[in-house]
Design a protein. Structure first.
Length: 90
């Protein structure tokens, strides 16, 4: 019973509060040129590591470049330009 409740609570597809939280986090990540999926850590979850291993090399390289750029922008206390935020993510 408790596991079903907790699964509902954190699922953005079912819980509107979780959806609002995901959208708020995604909008903050967009300022650095990141996608919400870029937050998944391959060292923490073996499924994520396997999924990244199955992706084409270009997709993994693009993800790594987004992470590097986000770290660089964060260190400089800057955001990605507004016109580039949507070009990168679409």
């Amino acid at each position: 019973m408790l596991s079903k409740l907790s699964a509902w609570f954190v699922n953005p597809r079912r819980n509107p509060l979780a959806r609002l939280h995901r959208n708020a986090v995604a909008s903050r990540l967009r300022k650095y040129g990141l996608r919400y999926d870029d937050l998944y850590d391959p060292y923490h979850d073996l499924d994520i590591k396997e999924a990244l291993a199955r992706l084409p090399r270009e997709v993994v390289d693009a993800r790594n470049q987004r992470l590097k750029r986000a770290m660089d922008l964060s260190m400089k206390h800057q955001y990605l330009l507004d016109d580039l935020q949507f070009v990168v993510l679409n």
